[in-house]
Design a protein around this ligand. Structure first.
Ligand code: NAP
Length: 312
């Protein structure tokens, strides 16, 4: 089968498509024939060697963490051969930009019937990040006021819809050109970081979800209500420290670290089937264009998700 790999740490030129054997699966795993794979900033950070501590120095290393496709071998799971699924592999062994992927049965779920494989492939990593941040870390309730920074990207466009679905009043932060895009996904208020300083808003929030990750808790705590919660996606040293201080203050600082699980994928499958959440695809690239697809993600200008289609 064909599989995208990084031959070394470095630039996009390190990504190659190689021929390799089908992955072997053990108990608790299934084999999926991949139709489409989602691209994420994690792919870029891993390729550049930013997480060497976890990814090691053995090459080639597989690429890609989320996917959609059909069950090729259900092994001993409850899935059926041919069933349409979407999911995300946990951990640091990327491998979803490939014709087949071995994945734990609890890291995938039946994908909704009303969307394409391309749309489904972009949901598991970005969507579960947003859901786990807003629902589990932010404890959003009806009427919560939430400010989302980086609202127009892969995580952000789903975060807006999740926050609305869970009853929040949503304010988004994006560039000026994406204000309308954020409104179209349900934002109640939109702010451009090009014309407005967040610290001068004169407004306070129950939740500040820093998807883009360029504001620290210390800088933003003045924007939080008493008992407000700051959540970031970026594991910088200060957030690790701030989390230890949560016990001693009413405002909390949290880091979201996404984990794929059946319960959250089921949540998306149902909400998408009901038309309450709409996956947002910016561009679909062919498998052979994976270097260009990663270059686009690296530009940090994606509006929604960037997808690689396998069967082209
Ligand atoms: N901890 C975890 O488990 C986890 C999981 C998923 C993602 N993440 C992290 O979350 C971050 C976002 O991921 P993503 O998939 O949403 O990325 P993405 O899709 O590549 O984000 C692109 C978006 O970033 C926005 N952006 C660029 N500069 C900005 C700025 N200065 N202020 C606000 N927004 C800006 C752009 O909007 P404009 O063009 O409108 O500026 C664009 O829409 C990444 O750092 C990623 O590594 C972490």
């Amino acid at each position: 089968m064909k599989k995208a790999v990084n031959e070394q740490y470095g630039g996009v030129e390190q990504i190659k498509i190689i021929e390799t054997e089908l992955p072997k699966i053990s108990n608790g795993e299934v084999l999926v024939k991949v139709e489409a794979a989602g691209l994420n900033p994690k792919d870029i950070l891993v390729r550049k060697g930013k997480f060497k501590r976890f990814t090691g120095n053995k090459f080639p290393q597989g690429v890609g963490y989320d996917f959609s496709g059909t069950i090729e071998d259900p092994k001993n799971s409850t899935f059926q051969k041919g069933e349409k699924v979407f999911g995300m592999v946990n951990g640091w062994r990327g491998r979803c930009c490939a014709e087949y992927v071995d994945v734990k049965a609890k890291e995938l779920y039946q994908m909704p019937e009303n969307i394409s494989f391309e749309a489904a492939a972009g949901v598991p990593l970005a969507g579960q990040t947003a859901l786990q941040a807003i629902r589990d870390q932010g404890k959003i309730t009806k009427g919560s006021q939430i400010l989302i920074n980086g609202a127009s990207g892969g995580v952000g466009t789903l975060a807006i819809q999740i926050a609305k679905e869970l009853g929040g009043e949503v304010t988004t932060v994006s560039s000026s050109k994406n204000l309308e895009l954020c409104s179209s996904f349900g934002a109640d208020h939109t702010i451009s970081y090009e014309t407005t300083q967040l610290l001068e808003l004169g407004q306070s929030y129950d939740i500040f979800f820093d998807v883009f990750g360029n504001y620290s808790f210390r800088k933003m705590e003045g924007l939080l209500k008493n008992k407000g919660i700051y959540i970031t996606t970026v594991p910088k040293a200060d957030i690790i420290k701030e989390q230890f201080s949560n016990l001693f203050r009413s405002k909390k600082a949290r880091l979201v670290v996404v984990r794929s699980n059946e319960r959250d994928l089921r949540w998306f499958s149902q909400k998408i089937a009901e038309g309450k959440i709409k996956p947002v695809v910016d561009q679909v690239f062919d498998f052979g264009e994976i270097q260009a697809a990663q270059t686009y993600i690296e530009s940090k200008r994606a509006k929604g998700k960037v997808i690689v289609k396998m069967n082209t």
